[in-house]
Design a protein around this ligand. Structure first.
Ligand SMILES: *Cc1c(COP(=O)(O)O)cnc(C)c1O
Length: 389
């Protein structure tokens, strides 16, 4: 067994340099810790990078989903279509607005929303459809938009995995076939602000609703007031919003990180290519991401599919043994409708064969920009050793 016991390799982690730290310190020495110019500058940088007109940054990706669903006027009793395989937040944000997530099945080999299942879900007359670019592989959004248009639904892309991805040359975030796109800046995502998120849109009306939602529903723009303004102090609360603001301190980190996004993505793609190459001859391990022609994955995750019963090693045992070799792995994700909270809301007996097949087989291997090729070789060697293949 030649797996060396170097530093522990998590499945994902941030990549910070001294210049990121210096950018944060500069803001700490300045006048604004929150709601200052660095917040606006980060929003402008995101718009430029993703090719959308408007951006509202918020305190995390979950708040970004909540804000986007609110802006889409999701309310009590509405249906929000989400894939059965995603992070909890995609579904939970519907519940925050007293709406219901309507889970649809996914492709068993990619975990991307299955379009036949989506078509069936159109019968529910959903208010909103939320495709998730799982692992960073961009979905073909045009057919999803076309289906949404048939029933007058809005489309929000959950692109928490896909900052830096593109489809036919158009970056995810441009909202070419959607009303809004959300990103997360959690440390395992492509660029980090510690905690943070963003909503991008090309629609000024949605933008105004997002801005108000971030700040208690407050409106100051004179043109948008409902009552005559008695003076310069005046503001109106027209909707119920939250304090979902993000600080200038965090946004300084975001701007610094965003400048490195292209390099981070190039590195992730190079690592993925090497994984693909090393795993190609190993028939028991099947990489998840199959890029559509003209699309580029951002490789938030490098997930593989393994028939654990066929290799005679359970996933739990495999993960434990890899951990002993200093290799961290994770499972993305447990099908959300099977969670006790959603099972009790009526999803217990609904079958999701695609989601279940994916869930039974999936494992996410270490993938982050500061990982070396030797680290990667250590992962593949460890995995083959543990699985005996
Ligand atoms: C990370 C993530 C979120 C939520 O982001 P937070 O910043 O952690 O709140 C939402 N959806 C998906 C698919 C994610 O991976």
């Amino acid at each position: 067994m030649s797996v060396s016991s170097n530093a522990f390799l998590p499945y994902g982690r941030q990549a910070l340099d001294e210049d990121d730290i210096a950018a944060v310190v500069a803001v700490l020495r300045g006048d604004f810790l929150t709601t200052g110019p660095t917040v606006t500058a980060f929003e402008e940088a995101l718009c430029k990078k993703a090719g959308a007109k408007y951006c509202v940054v918020v305190c995390n990706g979950t708040a970004a989903l909540h804000a986007a669903y609110f802006a889409a006027e999701v309310g009590e009793g509405d249906q929000v279509v989400v894939p059965a395989i995603t992070f909890l937040a995609t579904a939970n944000a519907a519940r925050y607005l007293n709406a219901e997530p309507w889970f649809v099945d996914v492709d068993p080999d990619t975990a991307l929303m299955d379009l036949d299942s989506l078509r069936v879900a159109l019968g529910r007359n959903p208010k909103l459809i939320v495709p998730v670019h799982m692992t960073g592989a961009p979905l073909d959004m045009a057919p999803i938009r076309a289906m949404a248009d048939e029933v007058g639904a809005m489309v929000v892309e959950d692109a928490a995995h896909a900052l830096g991805a593109s489809y036919e040359g158009v970056p995810v975030g441009a909202c070419e076939h959607s009303d809004m796109v959300i990103f997360s800046f959690h440390p395992v995502k492509h660029v980090t602000t510690g905690e943070g998120g963003a909503v991008l849109t090309n629609d000024e009306g949605l933008y105004r609703r997002l801005l108000a939602f971030r700040n208690h529903g407050m409106v100051k723009n004179p043109a948008a007031l409902e009552k005559p303004s008695p003076g310069p102090w005046y503001y109106e609360q027209q909707t119920l919003g939250y304090n979902y603001r993000i600080t200038d301190i965090q946004c300084a980190l975001g701007i610094s990180q965003l400048q490195k996004l292209d390099g981070f993505i190039a590195r992730r793609r190079a690592l993925a290519a090497r994984y693909d190459e090393l795993l190609e001859p190993v028939s028991a391990i099947q990489p998840v991401t199959v890029e559509a022609p003209m699309s580029k994955s951002a490789y938030h995750l490098y997930s593989v599919l393994i028939d654990f019963s066929a290799v005679g090693c359970s996933r739990a045992e495999c993960m434990e043994r890899l951990r002993e070799y200093g290799i961290g792995t994770q499972v993305h994700y447990i099908p959300v409708p099977s969670q006790p909270y959603y099972a009790k809301r009526g999803w217990a007996d609904i079958a999701f064969p695609g989601a279940n097949s994916y869930y039974e087989r999936t494992l996410s291997l270490p993938m982050f920009p500061t990982m070396s090729l030797q680290d990667l070789e250590r992962v593949v060697e460890g995995l083959r050793e543990v699985l005996g293949c």
